[in-house]
Design a protein around this ligand. Sequence first.
Ligand code: 2HG
Ligand code: ZN
Length: 467
Amino acid sequence: MVISSIDIIHELGKALTPEQVAIDPMSLENYGQDWTRFTPPAPKAIVFPRNTAEVVAIVECARRCRFALVPSGGRTGLSGGACAANGEVVVSMDKINAIAPVNLTDRTVTVGAGAITQNVQQAASDAGLFYPVDFASSGSSQIGGNIATNAGGINVIRYGMTRDWVAGLTVVTGKGEILELNKGLMKNNTGLDFRHLFIGSEGILGFITEATLKLTSPPKDPTVLVLGLSDMNAIMSVLGSIQSTTPLLAYEFFSELAVAKVVEHAGVARPFETRAPFYALVEFEHENEMTDARIFEAVEKCMDEAWVVDAVMSQSVAQARALWRLREDISETISQWTPYKNDISSTVSKVPQLLSAVNAVVHENYPDWDVVWYGHIGDGNLHLNILKPGNLRIEDFKARCNEVSTDIFDAIKKLGGSVSAEHGVGTLKAPYLNYTKSDSEIDAMRAIKDIFDPDGILNPGKVFSTG
Ligand code: 2HG
Ligand code: ZN
């Protein structure tokens, strides 16, 4: 029996209240897509549950009336994981956003999935603690989405990914069951830990409705150093020199084209007059007066080796923030060129091989196009963005980039790397999952999805290729 959209909306209104169901064009447009802007949004409706029980009611309604659900956080994703392009019902977590008082003894905080990352960071900071997962979109991304994509960001080299900061999860599966996973425990060796199955599952197993997050002590006086590099190959030698003297909070890299774009379009100041082909941004804790001496010595050595051509170090929190903008403003600034994104990785030791393999593909295939290099290179993670030439139709641009991607992904496969280091698979990387995961792994992933989502109502078309 096929149920009409009108009946489905009526049923949802009964499961929740009619005010919690939106079908106006603006909501459909807004909640039907993420930051990729590659897929025209076309959801049937948007629903706004206020608690876990209401999410159960939505899942039960979807199973009964046979329609698909797309979980929706801040929709800052870059792989199309939260897009609804085929008449799905989008389940927004906006209203499940409470932040409980910080538990100072456990050093944890329990939050609703819709809590904004920055608000969680602020709550931790107000309690004298620190939630270390951070990225440019923290002002609008939500904790549930961060967990569903195992978000990384700018401090991974020191603090790891979101996975490392989740002590407990409440989820609603595609069967409408509520699971309380790990319950905030620090120690719990009782067989398979499903918490880790749901972290990074991109909404294909269930809805994350609540999370207990671990907190830590804040870093002492974070200081930023921006270095101009003589060429791309210098990047890992510089990392080695600096890391051997001082533990790092971040090690980022970006190209001159990235700097030129943020200077011109975001009003960010250049770090220094010298133009270098590439730059490194290093952040470290300023522990004591010895820190400066150690850092200066390492930078001097890098200059003697001709790896570094110029350098500047922040002298205040405001200066550190200004220097960070050189890196953090890149993604938003270049979004006006509808970039084709690569979010690739190798082990840190193989980064030189990764860079030279990718460089060869870029030279051969995009000789006349603008290619912006940046990324969390200290984690082995490169964000290679190809900017769409103005005269090219988006479909033709995508098709051309998709072809070239396979050359890049072949190189990554040889290196044992990943086709999606931190943005997730979503729809954009689904056709390429087999470059990183074996057929047996993909079969097991599908079998696990069937256990938690036997009717296939959760985020269809994401993660697994349908072609
Ligand atoms: C970043 O590191 C984000 O700035 C976005 O992960 C990367 O836009 C991108 O490709
Ligand atoms: Zn990133």
